[in-house]
Design a binder for this molecule. Structure first.
Ligand code: UD1
Length: 356
């Protein structure tokens, strides 16, 4: 059995870590293909080092570009990789351009594809991630859903028979990082922030960064929070702010470079709140029971909102209000599984498949 993982962007490296570990434990051959979508060391290499992921076997060097150029570059380069390795499964992760390109390349060559994090929906067809998810789910042979809500979305689209609920591999990683790797005090010292007295922010989604008026509203809102806010600035955000002549630092807001994953977890665990448009961070905040404010009109991680630990806001005064709200009701709910999702993924990939 050979499994070939296609990854390329920051959150995919995090999801890859427990899968790589589980393959190693079970002695399964695992080929790692890095598409090159993310290439800055802080968005890429540092995750492999910190999370103990083996070096990629193949690097496609696709780099940045428009959605079409980036997706096409990966798709074009994958043929030769699949011909060479002839895997039993191609495994694609999440909802980036690397996910869609990896899935399409496998389908075209009749290699079975499994989609990890299948069935999430924002129902916002303007998001590139929504196109990537929907198209990948419909291309894939095996849909590895993180939650019951995701399974229901897939069933509603006629994909129920290909779906298995496995839990969320990000919880696997979080447990490991929290237990083994984090020195939260050192991270707070470095950020210059008091434990429990600051909000941690990340903003990078195209829908928040690419429209100058919306970006200005987001930045002003963060600057007006009544306690310190540390913004970990993604390169997309910095590039767009510079283009539009916007100063990020000011008022309550200070920017820093992105943090390596274990340090991010340390910072979230000690923050008063998280303010973000990231998908993964909403769940990480929930798992660490740090209240989250999400600057979006919808979320794929509806459980965090239903349980009271996440609120969706428009850029504006609602951000500051939400960031200062009282701590939500405690909950023992674990909608994202028990931290053993990677084992369930491998069980599903190794299970006998029905014939054609
Ligand atoms: C991508 C994913 C998004 C995911 C995010 C995680 C898509 C459509 N979007 O968004 O779902 O949440 O990754 O971070 O796949 N850049 C650098 N260095 C890098 C990579 C990018 O400077 O290493 C800059 C470039 O200016 C680039 C821009 O960031 O054009 C956007 O990068 P891209 O990979 O296209 O999308 P992300 O915004 O990172």
């Amino acid at each position: 059995m050979t499994i070939l993982s296609v990854v390329g962007a920051r959150p995919q490296f995090v999801k890859l870590a427990p899968i790589a570990q589980e393959c190693a434990t079970r002695g399964i051959e695992h080929v790692i293909v890095h598409t090159g979508q993310h290439y800055d060391p802080m968005l890429s290499d540092v995750f492999f080092t910190d999370l103990g992921i083996p070096h990629p076997d193949v690097h496609l060097g696709a780099g940045s570009g428009s959605h079409g150029v980036q997706t096409g570059a990966i798709l074009g380069a994958m043929d030769a990789v699949l011909e060479e390795h002839r895997p039993d499964w191609v495994l694609v992760y999440g909802d980036t351009n690397s996910t869609l390109a990896g899935a399409l390349s496998a389908v075209k060559l009749h290699v079975p594809v499994a989609h990890l994090e299948a069935g999430l929906r924002s129902f916002n067809r303007r998001m590139p991630e929504e196109h990537n998810r929907v198209l990948t789910d419909h291309a894939a042979d095996l849909l590895l859903a993180p939650t019951q809500a995701a399974r229901e979305h897939l069933a509603a689209e006629g994909l129920g028979s290909r779906t298995v609920v496995v839990g969320d591999v990000m919880i696997d990683v979080l447990h490991r990082v929290r237990d083994e790797l984090v020195d939260a005090d050192a991270v707070l010292d470095e950020l210059g922030m008091p434990s429990g007295g600051f909000s941690l922010a990340t903003i990078h989604r195209a829908e928040n960064t690419d429209d100058p008026a919306r970006l200005a509203a987001v930045v002003t809102a963060l600057q007006e929070v009544d306690h310190p806010v540390v913004l970990l600035a993604h390169p997309r955000l910095r590039a767009r702010a510079a283009e539009h002549g916007l100063d990020l630092d000011g008022g309550s807001l200070t920017t820093r470079e992105p943090l390596a994953y274990p340090r991010l977890v340390g910072a979230v665990s000690r923050a008063r709140g998280v303010i973000t448009d990231s998908g993964g961070l909403q769940k990480e905040a929930f798992a660490l029971r740090t209240p989250c404010t999400t600057v979006r009109t919808e979320t794929e991680w509806v459980e965090t909102v239903e349980l009271g630990w996440n609120v969706l806001v428009e850029p504006g005064p609602a951000v500051a209000q939400a960031a200062s709200r009282p701590t939500p009701e405690p909950t023992d709910a674990a909608p994202y599984g028990d931290g053993h999702a990677a084992a369930a993924v491998l069980d599903a990939l190794l299970a006998p498949r029905p014939g054609p």
